[in-house]
Ligand binder design. Sequence first.
Ligand code: CO
Length: 214
Amino acid sequence: MAASYEQVFENNKQWVEEMKGSDADFFDKLAEGQQPDYLYIGCSDSRVPANQVMGLEPGDVFVHRNVANMVVNTDLNVMSVINYSVVHLKVKHIIVCGHYNCGGVKAAMTSQDLGILNPWLRNIRDVYRMHRDELDSIANEHDRYNRLVELNVQEQCINVIKTAEVQQQYAANNFPVVHGWVFDLKTGLLKDLNVDFEETLNNIKEIYDITPNG
Ligand code: CO
């Protein structure tokens, strides 16, 4: 299934020829700059490649991936990606995309010491704690696991909306809008969790408002 190391370079040359075949200037245009409409924040899982599942080309989507698609307030990496894409690229949509069968979420549901992963996964355990009543009421473990995947996406959407960049850009331009999705590995389909962006924004602004005069 996986290509050998040498094969990757052959694949690359073949891809270059294919792209040039459909548009001779493809790479010249690519080198000129980017104006993506989407910021995608997803899991690092090798089975969920952002561009492919969305059917988008190079230049269409700004991507950040980490273990279990987390938006941690003190993570300089994800916060820099949000800042750059919202303030400078002016993306119209921000997507947090989780996936069922996520190993990171699974690990957060088990009692074990995973070293450096502990503080990262603790953020998912915090999501469990916030939604403990709902999750504990689900008897089937696999259903509970799937629900935690969804609730984690919802909470990470809220974390995106808490940022000053998103609140201020939205107040000025009516975008970006934040969406929560889950990718189903068994069907290949994306499920929109229909996060109500306006309602979520208004709710969290009671505590997290960062729009002076807004
Ligand atoms: Co995952």
